[in-house]
Design a protein around this ligand. Sequence first.
Ligand code: TRP
Length: 327
Amino acid sequence: GTDMKKLLAMFLSLGLVLSGCSSNPKHLPVVSVAQLVSHPSLNLIRDNFKKEMKKKGYEDGKNIIFHYADASGQVANLNSIINQFEDQQSDVIVAIATPTAQMAARAAKETPVVFSAVSDPVGAQLVRDIKHPGGNITGTSDEVQVDQILELAKEITPDMKTVGFLYNASETNSVSNLQKAKAYCKAHGLNLIEGTGKDITELTTSASVLTQKVDVILAPNDNTVASAMQSLSKTCIEAGIPFYVGADSMVKDGGLATVGIDYAQLGKETADMVVDILHGKKAGDIPVKVYKKDLYIYVNKKTLHALGLTLPESIQNNKKLQLMGED
Ligand code: TRP
């Protein structure tokens, strides 16, 4: 029994060493990128990261090794992905979105971590101070402009009195935005009702329940909601409820409107940070980059018409308006 175990352990470690050697014989720097789910916004960040690294002269297999992994929406998978990244002797781990970053943070003792698109890095307990992260972690943040989205909602749907807030309660990023929405509603005499769900099925049920009670629904840039947009936007349109969302991709996927950043920028900035670290800079010395300038108004024309709504002139004439959804 014990001999067998010893032999097995030897065999396994040999296997690891061998695969380590053969995959990186030239000892190239290794950059490993983890993502919880594959949804359009996160893919856009990843793809722009790739593009920017290439532009900076990094070519996979030639002067760098990239690993990309996607946890298919299962937080449990993230754990083994991070373990694997550590085994692969990564020089930098890139973690896209909050749940991934929270899981990757424990690797930061050994390996520098650069997070990307984390809405609230302090609330998610990744860093204590945006300007001076300290430790071995930094990254980029896509702060959601909840107030501006609700201002836009008041312009497009001025009669709204009750807002339904749809999210996955286990996403810290969404909980932060819920607090902002509550504060806004309180200050503007609006009611807020929460609806939660941890997957497509639960969220769709919550959305249908909300449509019976509210005038509009608002979802922040919640990863679970973003992955369920096809179903959720259909539910809202069929119930005649305007569905305001927290990201451009969610408007593209049928949400009515948002105010927010262009996510392509984030991937680029993430690449800048990774290169600085590869050149010897300490992650903790690089301030977190928060994107809250250069905001656009995104409106889905098809959804707008399906709901029988029209845009007020002030929005129609706004230079920052980007129309999505073919008619
Ligand atoms: N900000 C999200 C987070 O902190 C990740 C994210 C980026 C996102 N873009 C998005 C989520 C678009 C939903 C839709 O986890």
